[in-house]
Ligand binder design. Structure first.
Ligand code: FE2
Length: 446
C-alpha cells in the first residue's frame, strides 16, 4: 500500500522534525534554536534510536550528523528512506568532504547538505525549505491520486455509458422492427378491410364499383400531381373508392334511376347516402378522415350542396377534389353522348362550374393535369390485352361477349383473380368474340 500524505503527516498537526547526532551539545543547541518554531522537535543521540522512532511515528524531516560512531549519516539516511520514503532528509557535517557529499546525494536521497557549525537562520531556512518540499511532494501525489481516481471513474462511466448506448440501440432497433411488423400487419389489415368494402359495393352494384375505382385512380393521381402529402393522398384515394358506399343501403331500382326519374321521397333517400356512408365508416379509427370526406363529397363550393350545405374551405379538401373527379367520370361515361365529344363537354362543364360547384384551384389543377397526361397519351385510353396479360385491378373498357352472344362481363367491371379464371374457363367452352380491352389508367404503371 503506498504511503499517503495523510499517513506521514496527519492534517492539522505540527510537522515532526528529527535530529540525529552523537554530540549532545549539538542536539541541545538545536532544541534551543527551535523552541519557538512551529515544529514538533524530536532528537536521537544514535541512529539506531532514530530508526526506532521512525518505525513508530511519522516524521516529516530528518537531519542527521554525518560522522557517528555506529553508523555514518549516509548509511543511516538510506535506512530512513526505506522506512519512511516520503521523509525529507538533510545531512549535517563538520567538514567539507566532496566524496561523501556525492555519495550522500546519490544514495541517501538527501534534500540538502548543511555545514557545522550551523547558523540559526540557515537552519530555520533549511527546515522551511524542507517542509515546503515535503508539502509540494504530498500535494503533487494527492493531485496524481485524484487524477487517477477520476480517470478510473471516467473509464467506468464511459464503459457504463457505452453499455447503456448499446442497450438503447438494441432496444430501439428491436422496437423499430416490431413497429415495422405492426405497420405491415396494420397495412395488410387496412388493405383487406378496404377490399372487403369494395366487394360489398361491387356485389350490390358493379357499376358503382367500376365508377368508384376510376374516381379513386384519378383522384390519387390528381392529389399526387398537386403535391399533397402521402397520408392525404391515401385518405383521398380510399375516400374516393368508398364515396358511394352509402348507396348499398338503397333499393336497386332507385340506384338505377336518374334524379329526374325520382320522386321527391326517392331524392331524399338518395341524398342521404353521403351521411349513411360516413356513419358506416365513422367507427373505424383509421378511416376517421375518410368518413369526413365521404360525408362531404356532394357539398358544393358555393354552399348549395348537401347534406350540410358546407361552403368553400369548410368542405374537406379531399371532398372538394373528389367532387370534381366524380362529376368528370359521370360526364365522360354518358352513353348518349358521342365518345369523341365527351371529354370536351366534361371539361367545359367543370370550367363553367369553377368557383360555383367546384373549387376553382382544383379545377385549374385538374385541367393542367389532364393536359399533361394527354400529352403523354395516357389519359383514359383503352388498350387491347391478351389473356395472359390480365391482372386483378384492371377495369374492362368494353363489354365482353362470347361468339354465341352471351355477355360475360360488362364495361367498367373490375377484374379480380376469380373473374380472370372464370373468363378463361368460359373462353375454352364458348370463345370470346373480340379482343379484351381495359382502361390504360387501370393498368399498373400507367
Ligand atoms: Fe355520391
Amino acid at each position: 500500500m503506498p504511503v499517503t500524505a495523510q499517513s506521514i503527516h496527519p492534517k492539522g498537526t505540527m510537522h515532526s522534525v528529527l535530529f540525529v547526532d552523537d554530540e549532545p551539545n549539538i542536539l541541545s543547541s538545536v532544541q534551543r534554536i527551535l523552541r519557538k518554531a512551529p515544529y514538533n522537535v524530536l532528537t536521537a543521540n544514535a541512529p539506531e534510536y532514530a530508526l526506532e522512532i521512525l518505525e513508530q511515528r511519522p516524521v516529516t524531516l530528518v537531519v542527521s550528523d554525518f560522522r557517528m560512531p555506529s553508523m555514518d549519516g549516509v548509511t543511516f539516511l538510506e535506512k530512513v528512506h526505506h522506512i519512511s520514503p516520503d521523509s525529507i532528509c538533510m545531512l549535517l557535517t563538520g567538514f567539507a568532504d566532496t566524496e561523501s557529499a556525492i555519495r550522500a546525494i546519490n544514495n541517501g536521497h538527501i534534500f540538502r547538505y548543511l555545514k557545522k557549525p550551523i547558523k540559526e537562520s540557515e537552519l530555520l531556512e533549511a527546515l522551511r525549505s524542507g517542509i515546503r518540499q515535503y508539502e509540494l511532494v504530498m500535494e503533487n501525489r494527492r493531485l496524481m491520486e485524484l487524477i487517477q481516481k477520476q480517470n478510473t471513474e471516467l473509464k467506468k462511466f464511459n464503459h457504463e455509458l457505452e453499455q447503456i448506448v448499446q442497450e438503447r440501440t438494441r432496444e430501439i432497433t428491436q422496437q423499430k422492427i416490431e413497429l415495422e411488423n405492426l405497420y405491415h400487419q396494420l397495412d395488410n389489415s387496412f388493405t383487406e378491410m378496404i377490399r372487403a368494402f369494395m366487394t360489398v359495393i361491387e356485389m350490390k352494384n358493379p357499376t358503382i364499383g367500376g365508377h368508384s375505382r376510376r374516381v379513386a385512380a384519378l383522384s390519387r393521381k390528381l392529389a399526387e400531381f398537386m403535391g399533397l402529402p402521402d397520408k392525404e393522398v391515401r385518405d383521398i384515394e380510399v375516400a374516393a373508392l368508398l364515396h358511394d358506399i352509402g348507396k348499398i343501403t338503397l333499393p336497386d331500382k332507385l340506384i338505377q334511376k336518374t334524379e329526374a326519374q325520382m320522386s321527391e321521397h326517392e331524392i331524399m333517400l338518395l341524398r342521404a347516402h353521403p351521411e349513411i356512408g360516413a356513419s358506416i365508416l365513422s367507427d373505424i379509427q383509421s378511416l376517421h378522415m375518410v368518413s369526413k370526406i365521404v360525408e362531404a363529397h356532394h357539398e358544393r363550393f358555393d354552399g348549395k350542396g348537401f347534406p350540410k350545405k358546407l361552403q368553400g374551405g369548410n368542405i374537406p379538401f379531399g371532398a372538394r377534389l373528389i367532387a370534381v373527379i366524380n362529376h368528370f367520370d359521370h360526364l365522360i361515361s354518358q352513353e348518349n353522348i358521342d365518345k369523341s365529344h365527351r371529354f370536351e363537354i366534361a371539361k367545359q362543364f367543370l370550367e363553367s362550374q369553377s368557383g360555383k360547384w367546384f373549387d376553382r384551384r382544383i379545377v385549374q389543377s385538374f385541367i393542367k393535369f389532364i393536359k399533361s397526361t394527354k400529352k403523354n397519351g395516357k389519359f383514359l385510353k383503352e388498350k387491347p390485352v391478351e389473356f395472359n396479360e390480365l391482372q386483378p385491378g384492371m377495369i374492362i373498357s368494353r363489354d365482353i361477349f362470347t361468339r354465341s352472344g352471351l355477355l360475360l362481363l360488362g364495361r367498367d367491371q373490375v377484374l379480380n383473380s376469380s373473374l380472370i379464371k372464370r373468363l378463361f374457363q368460359y373462353h375454352l367452352i364458348d370463345p370470346i368474340q373480340e379482343q379484351i380491352h381495359v382502361y390504360a389508367q387501370s393498368m399498373k404503371n400507367s
